[in-house]
Design a binder for this molecule. Structure first.
Ligand code: G1P
Length: 294
C-alpha cells in the first residue's frame, strides 16, 4: 500500500494580471464562482479526497486568503444572534481544522515550479497533492479523489488530464499517452506550452497532480523553461527518468478561471447546478439570449 497522501499544496502567489482591476488589491483566488471563492473549491476538493493539511504558497497582497480560512467571531456571533444557523454551520464546515493550514511566501514570481519548491520544508519526505485553484473542475467525485484511486493502485506520480482542441493546446502542459485505461494510463512524455505541431497529444495537464517528494530536488536544479519561468512540467519530465507517471482522464470538465471566458462560463455552469438559484437564473439567461430588454 503506498504512503497516504496527507498534504495538499495550493500555489496562490500569482499576480492575476488578466483580471485587473478586480485583482489589484484582491487575490484572484478570491474571485467568486457564484458565492464561493475559487480557493474554497480547491480546498473542498482536497478535503473530499482525504487531505489533512493544506499548504498555501502566497505572496504580497494575499493576506485575505489566510483570513478566509480563519474563524470570524464577529460574523459568527451576528449570524447566531439573527438565527441564521444554517449559514453559520456552512461557514464553519468550510474551514480546515485548527493547525491544518500552513502559509509560506514565494517572495519572487519565478514560476510555478519555484512556487511548489517553496513548500519543500513543510511537505518533507511525503507524497503530496498539488492543486492549481485557477482550474476549477466540475466533477463528481472530485478529480483529486479520482486521482487518489489511481495512486493507491500504483504508488506512481499521478496527473489529471483533459482533452482540448488544438487552438488551446499552447496555453497548457501536454502529455503523451501510453497504454492503459482513462482511469490510469502510462504517461510517456510531458511538454510545457508546446506549439500545436509539437504537442504529443490533445491531453492537457489540468492543474491537479500527486507528486513524490523527489520532485523538490529536481526543481532546485531546473533551468528556466517556457516563458522564462521555472516550470513544474520540466521537473516532472526529469523525474520520469526515475519514476513512473500515471495519467487520469477524469470524468468532468475544467474551467480555466485564469481566463475571462473560462471564469464566466464556470459561473454560469455552477449557478445552473445550484437548486436555490438555477430556475430564476435560467429565466434571466433566456431573456438575455432572446435580446429582450438588453
Ligand atoms: C500551469 C502549468 C501547466 C498546466 C496549467 C493548468 O500553467 O504549468 O502545465 O497545464 O497550469 O492551468 P499556467 O496556467 O501557470 O501558465
Amino acid at each position: 500500500m503506498p504512503k497516504k497522501v496527507r498534504i495538499a499544496v495550493f500555489p496562490v502567489a500569482g499576480l492575476g494580471t488578466r483580471f485587473l482591476p478586480a485583482t489589484k488589491a484582491m487575490p484572484k483566488e478570491m474571485l467568486p464562482v457564484v458565492d464561493r471563492p475559487l480557493i474554497q473549491y480547491a480546498v473542498d476538493e482536497a478535503k473530499e479526497a482525504g487531505i489533512e493539511h493544506f499548504v498555501f504558497i502566497t505572496g504580497r497582497n494575499k493576506g485575505v486568503i489566510e483570513d478566509h480560512f480563519d474563524r470570524q467571531f464577529e460574523l459568527e456571533s451576528t449570524l447566531k444572534a439573527r438565527g441564521k444557523l444554517e449559514a453559520l454551520k456552512s461557514l464553519q464546515d468550510d474551514l480546515p481544522k485548527p493547525g491544518q493550514t500552513s502559509f509560506t511566501r514565494q517572495q519572487e514570481p519565478l514560476g510555478l515550479g519555484h512556487a511548489v519548491w517553496c513548500a519543500r520544508d513543510i511537505v518533507g519526505n511525503e507524497p503530496f497533492a498539488l492543486l492549481l485553484p485557477d482550474m476549477l473542475i466540475k466533477s463528481d467525485p472530485g478529480v483529486l479523489s479520482q486521482m487518489i484511486d489511481a495512486y493507491q493502485k500504483t504508488g506512481n506520480n499521478v496527473i489529471a488530464v483533459e482533452e482540448t482542441d488544438p487552438a488551446g493546446i499552447s496555453s497548457y502542459g501536454v502529455v503523451g499517452r501510453g497504454t492503459g485505461p482513462d482511469t490510469g494510463f502510462e504517461i510517456t512524455k510531458m511538454v510545457e506550452k508546446p506549439r500545436p505541431e509539437d504537442a504529443p497529444s490533445n491531453l492537457i495537464i489540468s492543474g491537479r497532480y500527486i507528486l513524490q517528494p523527489e520532485i523538490f530536488g529536481l526543481i532546485e536544479n531546473q533551468p528556466k523553461g517556457a516563458g522564462g519561468e521555472i516550470q513544474i512540467t520540466d521537473a516532472m519530465q526529469k523525474l520520469m527518468e526515475q519514476q513512473k507517471f500515471t495519467g487520469v482522464k477524469y470524468n468532468g470538465r475544467a474551467f480555466d478561471c485564469g481566463s475571462k471566458i473560462g471564469f464566466l462560463t464556470a459561473n454560469i455552469v455552477f449557478a445552473l447546478d445550484r437548486k436555490d438559484i438555477s430556475h430564476a437564473f435560467m429565466e434571466e439567461l433566456q431573456i438575455v439570449a432572446s435580446n429582450e430588454n438588453t
